[in-house]
Design a protein around this ligand. Sequence first.
Ligand code: ZN
Length: 166
Amino acid sequence: MALRQIALQGEECLQKKCRPVTEFNQRLWTLLDDMKDTLLDSGGVGLAAPQVGVLRRVCLVMNEADEIIELINPEIVYTEGEQTGLEGCLSVPGKYGEVTRPDFVRVRAQDRNGAWFEAEDEGLTARCFCHEIEHLDGHLFVERTDHLMEGEELENYIRRMEEEDA
Ligand code: ZN
């Protein structure tokens, strides 16, 4: 188990466009394994390589069945619908904002051996695909929301949403 340090908003590595992965070797596999440990330790649902200071097009997304999908050189090839909901990021701890994303997303990516595959999902996991892939171009979710919430305001917002769902 090897945890990597997660970069915080403002650090340069989060603002860079990442380069494609061209070699599917032990170095990549170690990165993926360390990212997986780091993601599980953090309690988040997604992690992108620039968040651990590696400027390569690699990210992880955990779906609602708790499976971690490894995405190398991912691109969104199809989207459908729209959802607006609360979004946060391990690089912006404690702060959340409302972000509008597609409700359904299909992604094309390579696996850790370089084989191309497609993955698709809706709801929270669709949101996560969009969020993680944006990290690879140096963007954070905070650019997509006009208001960040934390503390009591955040708690009140979540309570209001739960009441609406009930
Ligand atoms: Zn993030």
